[in-house]
Design a protein around this ligand. Structure first.
Ligand SMILES: [Zn+2]
Ligand SMILES: [Zn+2]
Length: 1014
C-alpha cells in the first residue's frame, strides 16, 4: 500500500516538475520527508533540474538544506546539479560550499566553478581555485589558463602571472592567439608596457585582438602618441581594423585632443560601415564634444541613422560637461519625446558631465532636471542619487530621495543603509536593516556588508553579534566579502579575539582577509602579532597588496625593527611595488622613525611619483631629525613642483619654521594657509601660536590669539606655555585667569606650563600655590610637575627641599629631572655631585650632565675635577650633541655648527667685536673650554660657538638696527650669553636667541631671562 502511494506521488511530482511548479514540489517533498516517506534521487534530480531552469537563489538554498537533511549532499550527481544551480543563481559561496564536500570532481565541474568565478570578477578566488585544481591533478585547458591569467591581470599580480605564463609555455600553448591576448593584457596591467610589447612581438600571428589589447595597454599607461603610431602600423601591415580598434582609438583622440587625427579616423570608420554602430557614434560625439567642437558633435548626432539611448546620453554628457544647462534640459526633453526612457547611465552622464569632482549643488541641479522630466520614478536612477547625495555629505537629501521612491528594491535599501553608515548614523542604519529582516526580504551580501559597517561606525558589538548569527543562519558564511567585513567589524569594535575566531574558522582567505586582521593587530598595538600573521600569510602563498605592506611597514617602525623594514623594502623593490605612492610614503616614514633619515631620503629622491603626503612625510622626518632648514626648503620646493599643501602639510611647515625660528617664511605660510581657508581651523591656529612663540615673537602669537575665531583649552595652554618660554610669568598668569573667566577648566598640561613659568623665573610662592590648586581640582600630578616644583625650590636656593621632592615623589625621578636640578647646584658642588651620581647610576648617555658638572667645577675653581669629569664623559661614550644655530635671511635659513667650518668674514667680525667687548668690560669665560691649551686658543674656540657665528653673520648681512633672530638646538652657554649682553649694546641691536629652554631677548645690555648665568 505504501509502495502504491509512493508511485502515485512520484507520478504526480514528475508532472508538477514538468509544469514548472518548483515550490509545490519542494513543499511536497518536505512533507514526504516529515512523514518518513522515501524520497528518491530521481525526483530530487528532477527538482534540481527545475531549480536550474528557474535560477531562483532562495529555492536553491532550500534545496541545499533539503539535500543535507536527506543525506544526499555528497551524492556526486546531485551535488553537481546543485552546484550548477547555485552557479546559475550566481550564489558562488554556496556553490563552493557544496563543491568543497565532493571527494571526486571532474574537469567539467572544475571548469564550471572556475569560469563562474571568473565571469563575476572574483579574481582571487579564481586563482585559488585554479591552484587547487592543479593540485588535484586536473589539467587546465586553454580556457581555464586564460581566465587564470585574466585574474592575475585583475589583481595586478605579476609574480603569479609570470608563473602561469611559464606553465603555458611548458604546455606548448604559448602561441595560442587567445592566450597571447590575455598575457598582453596581464603584463600591461601588472608590469610595464615593455613586457606586454615583448609578448606581442614574440607571438607567431598578431591578430586584431592582440593589437587591440596592446593598444589598450598603451592607453592605460597614458602613452597616447604611441597609440597613434600603433594605429598606423596596423594599417601598414594590413590588419583588418574592427570596432574595438575604432572604439579605443577614438577614446585616445578625446584624451589627446588631436582633432585632425580624429577626423581621419572618423572617415575611415564610415568607410568600414561603422557609422551604424551606436557605441562608435557615441564615441565620435564624445571626441568632438570634449575637444570643444560642439557643432561637429551635433552633426554626428543628427546624421546618426538610429539615435538610440547611448547616443542621446553621449550628447547629454557633452552639453552637461560644457555647463549648458538649458540645452541639456532641451535634450532631455527630446529624449523623452523620442519615446526613450532615461536610465541609469543617463543620470550618470549628467553627473559625469559635471566633471569629476561633483559638488552638492551640481547633484542638486541635475536632480532637479531629472525630477522636472519625470524620470524620478526610475529606481536605478534614484538609487544613484541616494549614493551621490551621501557622498556629497548630505544625508538629508539622500533620505529625501529615498522617501520619494515608491517601491524601493533591495539596491535602494542597501544604498540608504550605506548612506547612514557613511554618516555615522549607525544606529539608524541598523534600524533599517532590522526592518528589512522583519519584512522578510532576501538580504544579500551588500546589505550585510553595509550593516556591518554601520556596527563598526558606532561600535555596536551587540548588533554585530546578532548579524553574525544571521550570517550563519542564512549560510552566508562562505561569502568572503561578508566575512571580511565581519572581521573588520570585530576589530573596529575592539574585539580582537572574536576577529581571530572568525578568521580561524575560514577555509578560504584572500588578501583582504589577511590584511584586515594584520592592520587590526596594528590598530590594537599588537605589532609583533601583525608581523607573525604577515609571515603566515606568505607561507600560505597569499601575496600582500599595498594595504598589507603599508600596515607592516608601520609595525616595523613601531617596533623600531629597522632590519626587518630593510628586508621588506628589498622585497617591495623586487616585486616592482616601489612605484606605489602609499608604499613610498610608508617606507620614508618607517626609515625616518627608525632613525635612518638618509635611507628615507634616498627613497624620497628616487621616487618619481610624490603626492602631498610623500612631501609632508619627508618634511616631518627632517624636522624630527633636526634638519629644520631642509624641511623649510622642501616645503617651498613642493609648491614649486605644483603640489598644493593640505592641512597636514601646513601643520608640518609650521613645525619646521618653529624649529629654526624662520619668522619671515612662517608668516608667509601663515597667510597662505588662511588664503586656503584654514583660518577657522583650530589645529592650524594653535600651531601658529606655537610657531610664533618658538620664533621668539610674542606679539605675533598674541595677534593670532586675539583673532582666533574660537579658543579651546589647547589655544589657551599654548599661550601660557609660550609666555613661560618667554620667562613672562605675569602674562602667563593673566592668560590663566582670563581662561578661568571664560569658563574653561585648566588641565594637567595647562598647570605644567604655568609651573614651568614659575620654575624659569624662580617664583616659589606662586609655584607652590598653583601646585596646591591643581591638587584641589583633582588633577593628579605627573613626574614633570614634580620636576617643576623641585626647580622652583632650587631656584630659591632651597636645594634640600628640592632634593626632598625628588626623593619623596611617587615616581622614580628620570634623567631629565636630575638634569634640570643640576644647573641650580652651582654654589654647592657636593649637591651637584649627588645629582651627577644619580645620573651616572641611570646609565646616562647624555653629555649634558657631564658638561654641566664640569662647568660647576670650573666655576668653583676645581679645574682638575672638571677634567676628570670630562674624561669620564669620554669613557662613557656620552658624546655631545653638536650644537647648531640657525638664522633666517631673505628666504633662506642658514645653519652654523659648533666647531664647524669657519668663515673668514665672520671670524674677522668676531675679532673686531672681541676688542670692543673687552673695552666694555667683557672677559671671555675661557675656563669653559676644557682643553689644555693657551688662553688665546680657548678664546678662538669660544668664538667658534654656533650662536656667536650666527649672530655675527646676522650683523654682517642685515641693515643697521634690524633685530637679529637666532635659534639654537641646545642651551646657550654662559660665554655666549654674556657676550650677547655686550654685543647688543655695542651694535645697538635687539638680539633674540631662542634656545632649548627659553627665549632670550637681549636689549640695551640686559636679557629678558632671569637666569643666573655667571
Ligand atoms: Zn657659547
Ligand atoms: Zn638670557
Amino acid at each position: 500500500m505504501a509502495l502504491d502511494t509512493s508511485l502515485i506521488l512520484l507520478n504526480d511530482l514528475e508532472k508538477l516538475c514538468r509544469d514548472g511548479q518548483l515550490n509545490s514540489v519542494l513543499n511536497a517533498v518536505n512533507i514526504m520527508d516529515e512523514r518518513g516517506l522515501y524520497v528518491s534521487t530521481h525526483i530530487l534530480s528532477c527538482l534540481l533540474q527545475l531549480g536550474m531552469d528557474k535560477a531562483d537563489s532562495r529555492a536553491a538554498r532550500k534545496l541545499y538544506h533539503l539535500l543535507i537533511r536527506l543525506g544526499y549532499d555528497s551524492d556526486c550527481h546531485l551535488a553537481s546539479q546543485l552546484i550548477h544551480m547555485h552557479l546559475l543563481c550566481e550564489s558562488l559561496p554556496e556553490a563552493l560550499q557544496v563543491f568543497g564536500k565532493l571527494s571526486t570532481t571532474d574537469a567539467f565541474l572544475w571548469n564550471s566553478v572556475i569560469l563562474a568565478h571568473a565571469r563575476l570578477g572574483y579574481n582571487q578566488q579564481t586563482l585559488n581555485l585554479y591552484h587547487r585544481m592543479q593540485e588535484c591533478g586536473v589539467s587546465a585547458d586553454k580556457h581555464i589558463l586564460a581566465v587564470a591569467v585574466k585574474a592575475c591581470s585583475g589583481l595586478a599580480s605579476l609574480d603569479q602571472g609570470r608563473l602561469i605564463h611559464c606553465y603555458i609555455v611548458e604546455r606548448g600553448l604559448g602561441s595560442n592567439d587567445f592566450i597571447v591576448s590575455t598575457l598582453i593584457d596581464m603584463y600591461s596591467n601588472s608590469s610595464g608596457i615593455e613586457d606586454a610589447q615583448r609578448v606581442f612581438n614574440c607571438a607567431p600571428i598578431q591578430n586584431v585582438v592582440a593589437w587591440n589589447t596592446l593598444i589598450k595597454g598603451y592607453i592605460k599607461h597614458g602613452l597616447v602618441s604611441s597609440v597613434v603610431k600603433l594605429y598606423c602600423q596596423m594599417q601598414q601591415q594590413g590588419v583588418e581594423l574592427d570596432r574595438i580598434t575604432f572604439i579605443s582609438i577614438l577614446k585616445t583622440c578625446t584624451g589627446a585632443s588631436d582633432l585632425d587625427q580624429g577626423r581621419s579616423i572618423h572617415r575611415q570608420a564610415v568607410e568600414k560601415g561603422f557609422e551604424l554602430d551606436s557605441l562608435i557614434v557615441a564615441r565620435l560625439i564624445g571626441m568632438y564634444g570634449s575637444t570643444g567642437h560642439l557643432l561637429e558633435a551635433c552633426m554626428v548626432f543628427e546624421e546618426a541613422p538610429k539615435q538610440d539611448l547611448r547616443i542621446w546620453n553621449a550628447m547629454i554628457a557633452i552639453y552637461a560637461q560644457h555647463g549648458q544647462n538649458a540645452e541639456t534640459l532641451t535634450l532631455l526633453k527630446g529624449l523623452q519625446q523620442a519615446g526613450l526612457e532615461a536610465n541609469f547611465s543617463t543620470s550618470l552622464s549628467l553627473l559625469k558631465g559635471n566633471n569629476r569632482v561633483i559638488s552638492l549643488d551640481q547633484v542638486r541641479s541635475v536632480h532637479g532636471m531629472v525630477v522636472e522630466l519625470g524620470f524620478d520614478k526610475e529606481s536605478p536612477v534614484m538609487n544613484t542619487f541616494i549614493t551621490m547625495y551621501a557622498k556629497c555629505e548630505s544625508l538629508h537629501d539622500a533620505c529625501r530621495v529615498f522617501n520619494s521612491v515608491l517601491s524601493p528594491d533591495l539596491v535602494t535599501w542597501n544604498a540608504i543603509i550605506g548612506a547612514h553608515a557613511m554618516h555615522e548614523q549607525g544606529m539608524n542604519a541598523l534600524q533599517l536593516f532590522h526592518y528589512l529582516q522583519t519584512q522578510g526580504w532576501d538580504l544579500n551580501w551588500a546589505t550585510l556588508c553595509a550593516s556591518l559597517n554601520a556596527c563598526s561606525s558606532v561600535g555596536a558589538i551587540g548588533e554585530g553579534n546578532l548579524i553574525h548569527s544571521f550570517i550563519i543562519e542564512s549560510s552566508l558564511e562562505c561569502d568572503i566579502m561578508v566575512m571580511n567585513n565581519l572581521i573588520d567589524m570585530y576589530i573596529k569594535c575592539g574585539n580582537l579575539i572574536d576577529a581571530f575566531e572568525v578568521f580561524d574558522s575560514l577555509t578560504d582567505r584572500d588578501v583582504v582577509t589577511w590584511t584586515t586582521l594584520i592592520s587590526g593587530c596594528c590598530q590594537h598595538y599588537q605589532y609583533e602579532k601583525g608581523l607573525q600573521l604577515f609571515q603566515e600569510m606568505q607561507e600560505e602563498g597569499v601575496l600582500p597588496n599595498h594595504v598589507t605592506l603599508v600596515s607592516i611597514l608601520k609595525a616595523c617602525h613601531c617596533l623600531s625593527a629597522l632590519d626587518q623594514g630593510k628586508l621588506l623594502h628589498e622585497c617591495i623593490v623586487g616585486r616592482g611595488l616601489d612605484s606605489e605612492v602609499s608604499i613610498i610614503n610608508a617606507l620614508i616614514d618607517m626609515y625616518a622613525k627608525c632613525g635612518a633619515l638618509l635611507d628615507g631620503r634616498k627613497v624620497f629622491d628616487k621616487s618619481c611619483i610624490k603626492d602631498v603626503v610623500t612631501w609632508t612625510t619627508m618634511i616631518d622626518a627632517c624636522v624630527q631629525h633636526e634638519s629644520g632648514p631642509e624641511a623649510v626648503f622642501l616645503f617651498k620646493k613642493m609648491q614649486q613642483e605644483g603640489i598644493e599643501p593640505d592641512r597636514a602639510a601646513f601643520l608640518c611647515a609650521f613645525k619646521a619654521c618653529s624649529s629654526v625660528a624662520a619668522l619671515t617664511q612662517g608668516k608667509a605660510i601663515h597667510r597662505q594657509s588662511f588664503e586656503r581657508g584654514f583660518s577657522l581651523d583650530n589645529a592650524i591656529v594653535n600651531s601658529l601660536i606655537d610657531m610664533y612663540m618658538n620664533c621668539g615673537s610674542l606679539i605675533d602669537a598674541q595677534q593670532v590669539f586675539e583673532e582666533a575665531p574660537f579658543r579651546d583649552i589647547v589655544t589657551w595652554t599654548s599661550m601660557i606655555a609660550g609666555c613661560a618660554r618667554h620667562n613672562n610669568y605675569q602674562l602667563a598668569q593673566e592668560y590663566f585667569q582670563n581662561m578661568g573667566q571664560v569658563g574653561i577648566k585648566p588641565n594637567s598640561v595647562t598647570f605644567l606650563s604655568l609651573l614651568s613659568a614659575c620654575a624659569h623665573v624662580g617664583l616659589r610662592e606662586e609655584g607652590l600655590s598653583h601646585f596646591k590648586s591643581m591638587l584641589s581640582l583633582g588633577i593628579s600630578p605627573m613626574l614633570e610637575h614634580f620636576t617643576c616644583i623641585a626647580e622652583v625650590l632650587a631656584h630659591s636656593r632651597d636645594l634640600d627641599a628640592a632634593e626632598d621632592v625628588f626623593e619623596t615623589c611617587p615616581f622614580r625621578m628620570d634623567i631629565a629631572g636630575w638634569l634640570s636640578l643640576l644647573p641650580h647646584c652651582k654654589n654647592s658642588p657636593s649637591m651637584a655631585k649627588r645629582c651627577f651620581d644619580y645620573l651616572a647610576g641611570m646609565d646616562c648617555k647624555k653629555a649634558a650632565g657631564f658638561v654641566l658638572m664640569a662647568n660647576i667645577y670650573v666655576a668653583a675653581g676645581l679645574t682638575e675635577s672638571a677634567s676628570l669629569v670630562e674624561n669620564l664623559r669620554h669613557h662613557a661614550n656620552a658624546w655631545k650633541k653638536p650644537g647648531k644655530a640657525y638664522i633666517e635671511l631673505g628666504n633662506q635659513v642658514h645653519e652654523f655648527t659648533c666647531g664647524g667650518k669657519r668663515i673668514p668674514e665672520i671670524d674677522a667680525k668676531l675679532q673686531e667685536l672681541a676688542t670692543e667687548m673687552k673695552q666694555e668690560g667683557h672677559t671671555p669665560l675661557v675656563d669653559l673650554v676644557l682643553q689644555n691649551t693657551p688662553n688665546e686658543e680657548k678664546e678662538r674656540v669660544l668664538c667658534g660657538h654656533c650662536e656667536k657665528q650666527a649672530i655675527a653673520f646676522g650683523l654682517l648681512n642685515t641693515a643697521p638696527g634690524a633685530t637679529i633672530r637666532v635659534s639654537k638646538n641646545l642651551r646657550m652657554c654662559a660665554d655666549c650669553h654674556s657676550a650677547s649682553l655686550t654685543i647688543c649694546k655695542i651694535e645697538r641691536r635687539e638680539i633674540i636667541v631662542v634656545d632649548e629652554l627659553c627665549v632670550h631677548v637681549f636689549k640695551d645690555g640686559a636679557c629678558s631671562c632671569k637666569f643666573e648665568y655667571d
